[in-house]
Design a binder for this molecule. Structure first.
Ligand SMILES: *Cc1c(COP(=O)(O)O)cnc(C)c1O
Length: 389
């Protein structure tokens, strides 16, 4: 087996001199919490996705939670979520006192299946949280049609979907809400950070207020010379705002997004070309209605054609000095969800099948051509070594 000298991490952010300089500029300006850079990042992000409003917060989890709060989803309500996602997509329903209800995925795109959503709708259903998994968009027309028929709030989990387009339109322009993540591993990385986008002015205003204690007006302006000391609490809100140090990174990362995406796509296409030749592997698709953001490269193993399982495949890659990850452990299989709602294995076969036979390969702009080639060589060798028959 070929082996790299140095371990190739599963993920690294692309932090360059311009990113560092912009953060230093924040520190020197004395605006270290929410200030002018946050306002500028919101403005540019909204323009970039084509949304009327953008509210910067401290995580995608906060973006999801505040959206549910603002949409007045609460106790007694049901929120439909796919099981194949990061737990935050479902946890936020519980945070507002609602019940997460799972609807299985389409095995090809791994996004929530619109037909499965229909089966789960009850008179208590109030919201849908489709997840644009790996950066591939869900079938939004179908989802929006279901939502309109049942008067449901559509909260898009767009943690992977900065750059994603559905039928030519960027994810983020919506009369409901979309929640983005700028966590360290995401396509735009600010360390921790998130954004809500919406075309609904009233919803945007409410989310903004909720993100800073439920204060009656823009708190960041409070200390400026022209600002006044007076404020009112209109609701017992939360403390979820972004800081200017994070927004500094958001601005520089957004400015170089196109370049970073070109690099991601190049790597993904090289993987696709190499792995689609191997019958033991199934490569990710980009449907005709989609522009993929390639946040993750989720490789599916055809286990029936291999002598090893996914866990061993990962061990083999680790031995070749290549980092991987798994997206995701289906949420219904986590102890809290099993114990609270009685879920078990077998409840969502498509999500479970994806979980059992997939791994995510390194995919980030900082990877060199050599890194990409090493991953391709290692995967190809492992398949050759463990192929059946
Ligand atoms: C990363 C992620 C989140 C949470 O993002 P944070 O910014 O870390 O709160 C939510 N949903 C999905 C699908 C994610 O990958």
């Amino acid at each position: 087996m070929s082996k790299r000298e140095e371990f190739l991490p599963y993920n690294l952010p692309l932090i360059e001199e311009d990113d560092i300089a912009e953060v230093v500029d924040s520190l020197k300006s004395n605006w270290i919490t929410k200030g002018p850079k946050t306002a500028e990042f919101e403005k540019r992000f909204a323009a970039y996705v084509g949304a009327e409003h953008a509210i910067a917060v401290n995580s995608c989890t906060a973006a999801l939670h505040l959206s549910l709060v603002a949409a007045e989803i609460g106790p007694g309500d049901e929120v439909i979520v796919p099981p194949l996602t990061f737990a935050a997509s479902a946890n936020v329903a519980i945070h507002v006192g609602a019940t997460p209800v799972f609807a299985d995925i389409d095995p090809v795109t791994m996004c929530i299946d619109a037909e499965k959503i229909k089966e789960k709708i009850t008179p208590r259903t109030k919201a849908l949280i489709p997840v644009h998994i790996a950066g591939h968009p869900c079938r939004l027309d179908e989802i929006r049609e279901i939502a309109a028929a049942h008067n449901l709030f559509v909260l898009e989990d767009a943690a992977h979907a900065v750059y994603t387009r559905y039928k030519g339109q960027r994810i983020g322009a919506t009369p409901h809400a979309a929640a983005f993540s700028f966590y360290a591993t995401k396509n735009i990385a600010t360390g921790e950070g998130g954004m809500v986008t919406t075309d609904d002015a009233a919803l945007a205003e409410k989310i903004r207020m909720m993100s800073t204690h439920g204060m009656s007006r823009n708190a960041w302006n409070r200390y400026a010379a022209a600002g006044s000391w007076y404020y009112e609490i209109l609701y017992p809100g939360y403390k979820d705002n972004m800081t200017d140090m994070q927004a500094a990174l958001g601005l520089t990362q957004l400015a170089k997004l196109e370049r970073m995406q070109t690099a991601r796509r190049e790597i993904a296409l090289k993987y696709n070309e190499a792995f689609s030749r191997l019958p033991e592997l199934e490569t990710p698709v980009e449907q005709e209605y989609a522009t993929h953001a390639w946040h993750l490269y989720i490789l599916k193993l055809r286990l029936e054609k291999l002598n090893i399982d996914r866990a061993q495949f990962i061990e083999e890659l680790k031995a070749a000095q290549i980092g991987t990850s798994v997206h995701y452990i289906p949420v219904h299989l986590h102890p809290y969800y099993r114990e609270t709602y009685g879920y078990r294995r077998g409840d969502f076969p498509q999500s479970e099948a994806v979980f059992d036979r997939t791994l995510s390969l390194p995919l980030y702009p900082k990877m060199s051509e050599r890194d990409t080639e090493d991953v391709i060589a290692a995967v190809t060798e492992i398949v050759a070594k463990f192929r059946k028959g």
